[in-house]
Design a protein around this ligand. Structure first.
Ligand code: SF4
Length: 352
């Protein structure tokens, strides 16, 4: 269903393998309060249905850490506990079933505290994601390399990974995120040439849906096309469901995710003589519920419409208040405006 990548070290997160020759794993993060267990479970289940493969939750206190057990009992994908500053929360999250923890080894407490976390991860076979963020580099690194700089992010990753390696821990995934697209690309390139650990890629704090979709595509495409990135998150200031939708579309556009419908639609122009845009919106929503490698074309007129519609699995080319329906290259019939959505949905369902 999803194609493979060049090999890195393989890391197991619950029932999902990251790196090695595995497909690129899509992740997201809940924006619910973890202690609101029902709300969190509901959100995770929605994300699962859309194709999220690993979910992360913020652990701010001991109640959050304990809630992981109840959440885990009601979801089907591995759960990552995101922890800062307090090693005891990491220990408690692991005891309560977290499949991975995301920490910065340098800010989790003393060396002894880190050692306790590492020992617990070893005991439970839990990997650690070292999550470096360009906006919160160590003071000395920031002073030497500058705020949010690729070299600074890379040096911080090296330092934090070494803290784990010095404790004999190698079950590591690394992320080196920045809100700056070009800095992110550079940091990941440096990391990919240095580490053999799987990299979790993303543009952090990338903004709202439209902005993030553009920034994330601009930043992650060059990495993905260079076989960098074993797992990704599209960070969006909105409902996390959009993160999965954008991630799938991005991977699919790069030929890295299969079983994903492709919608071809023209922008419309003065030649369009039927109400096409609402049909595009409705069919786009409908296709989100489908896992199938099909192409659907919705086209405005006879200029480019028939050729795109013919080359799709199912397509329509607009006329006056109606459109011609194509299926596998053949003209099937004319369909009136009011019946177009229903007919397209029926034909799509027949094909999958
Ligand atoms: Fe305009 Fe026709 Fe092209 Fe659509 S297919 S943009 S309606 S010329």
């Amino acid at each position: 269903m999803i194609i493979n990548r060049n090999e890195t070290k393989k890391i197991q997160v619950g029932n999902i393998s990251i790196g090695g020759s595995n497909h690129i794993v899509i992740q997201s993060m809940c924006n619910t309060k973890t202690k609101n267990v029902n709300e969190t479970i509901y959100q995770i289940r929605k994300l699962e249905q859309l194709g999220c493969e690993i979910i992360r939750v913020a652990v701010l206190d001991r109640i959050d850490a304990r809630c992981i057990r109840f959440i885990k009992d009601n979801i089907n994908i591995p759960l990552v506990a995101d922890i800062h500053f307090d090693y005891r929360l990491a220990l408690e999250a692991i005891e309560n079933g977290a499949d991975k923890i995301r920490i910065n080894p340098g800010n989790i407490g003393s060396y002894e505290s880190l050692k306790k976390v590492v020992l617990k991860c070893k005991e439970k076979h839990i990997p650690i994601r070292v999550g470096i963020n360009g906006g919160s580099l160590e003071k000395d690194i920031e002073k030497q390399y500058g705020y949010n700089s690729p070299l600074g992010i890379f040096e911080s990753a090296k330092r934090n990974v070494k803290l784990l390696e010095d404790l004999g821990f190698y079950d590591i995934v690394i992320s080196l995120k920045s809100s700056d697209v070009l800095n992110t690309i550079e940091a990941y390139k440096l990391a990919a040439s240095y580490f053999s650990y799987p990299l979790h890629i993303g543009i952090t704090e990338a903004g709202s849906l439209l902005t993030s979709a553009i920034r994330s595509s601009a930043g992650l495409s060059p990495l993905l096309l260079n076989e960098i990135g074993s797992t990704l998150r599209i960070s969006i200031s909105d409902n996390p469901e959009y993160e999965i939708i954008v991630a799938k579309e991005l991977l699919s556009s790069l030929g890295l995710y299969h079983n994903h419908p492709k919608l071809v639609a023209c922008p419309t122009c003065g030649r369009t003589n039927y109400n096409m845009l609402p049909i595009v919106k409705e069919i786009e929503q409908f296709l989100l519920t489908i896992n199938a490698n099909i192409t659907v074309a919705i086209m405005g007129c006879v200029v480019n419409g028939p050729s795109e519609a013919k080359n799709a699995d199912i397509g329509i080319a607009g006329g006056k208040d109606e459109a011609i329906l194509f299926k596998k290259g053949q003209i099937i019939k004319k369909v009136k405006q009011e019946d177009l959505v229903k007919t397209l949905k029926e034909e799509i369902m027949k094909m999958i």
